[in-house]
Design a protein around this ligand. Structure first.
Ligand code: PXL
Length: 279
């Protein structure tokens, strides 16, 4: 059985980061270790939140894991609470990357053209260094524009997306996979470019609704698929299909959108989709 470690916050309520990664990756048949980087009362889209930074725990926990000879088949990072924490995560990669394991970075810091509330304008510069060490990064278009300095556009063509992907690769990562790409009404998807020049894209129907935490659900599903041996394109497609199922199921329910997508009842469906696609 594969073992991954995910470094991101615990937002106690609101379905994002570790409270999404842990159930989804576990359900996909992969051991999901956690290194909580901060504890928040809830995610930062709520008007009020507390945040206890746990940066001072990263080094001592890593020391013990190294002493114990613990190794990870994958390292997955999401929301990081500060610039210093980005630097610590880079050191964590240096200690625990083996050359054989997968490093996947979701530079979760912005959406809809704006940085999240907790970050200052210097944060993307620090996240660039985290992305530089990744095998795969999965930014949305807002994050990609902040990482590359390219303008954020809501109307664009394939050449804009291609240039974003090329500039993302210049950061140093192995593959850049851009989420939230749409070239025609009603369709939304993902496009990737890797260092060998391989390009791939996959589109699903576009949902009317948008919910908080879908990026975390997406990245977690990709990690699970890759760890189960899927090709990157297949894992990205599985994750896209699963997120659409979750959004559509949530839209049929009456709960408040700030609590994220109601992915829990869809977990059996994810397991079936995974096993079907693994063949
Ligand atoms: O879903 C990304 C995310 C993760 N963790 C925290 C957040 C957000 C997005 O706002 O606030 C604490």
């Amino acid at each position: 059985m594969k073992r991954i470690i995910t470094l991101q916050d615990i937002s106690c309520v609101g379905r994002c980061s570790i409270t999404v990664a842990l159930p989804v990756i576990s359900a996909m048949g992969v051991e999901c270790g956690i290194l909580p980087t901060a504890v928040l009362s809830n995610h930062t889209m709520f008007k009020n939140f507390t945040c206890k930074d746990l940066s001072d725990q990263i080094e001592p926990i890593s020391d013990v894991w190294e002493m114990e000879g613990i190794i990870f088949d994958g390292i997955y990072t999401g929301y990081l609470a500060s610039i210093e924490q980005c630097e610590q995560v880079c050191r964590f990669f240096d200690r625990f990357s083996t050359g054989d394991n997968l490093v996947l970075v979701d530079p979760a810091m912005a959406d809809n053209g704006k940085l999240y509330a907790a970050f200052g304008p210097d944060f993307p510069e620090a996240m660039k260094k985290v992305c530089a060490k990744a095998d795969v990064i999965v930014p949305n278009i807002t994050e990609a524009s902040l990482l590359t300095g390219m303008p954020y556009r809501t109307e664009y063509d394939e050449s804009y997306i291609h240039e974003l992907l090329e500039r993302l690769l210049e950061l140093g990562c192995g593959t850049a996979a851009l989420t939230g790409v749409s070239y025609e009404p009603g369709k939304l998807g993902v496009a990737y470019l890797d260092r060998s020049g391989k390009e791939f894209s996959y589109f699903t129907r576009k949902c009317e609704q948008s919910y908080h935490g879908t990026g975390d659900l997406y990245a977690s599903t990709v990690v699970g698929g890759l760890m189960r041996g899927m090709e990157l394109g297949d894992a990205l497609a599985l994750a896209a299909d699963f997120v659409v199922e979750c959004i559509e199921a949530t839209a049929r329910s009456a709960s408040a959108r700030w609590y994220g997508v109601e992915f829990e009842p869809q977990i059996p469906r994810l397991c079936r989709m995974l096993e079907e696609r693994l063949g």
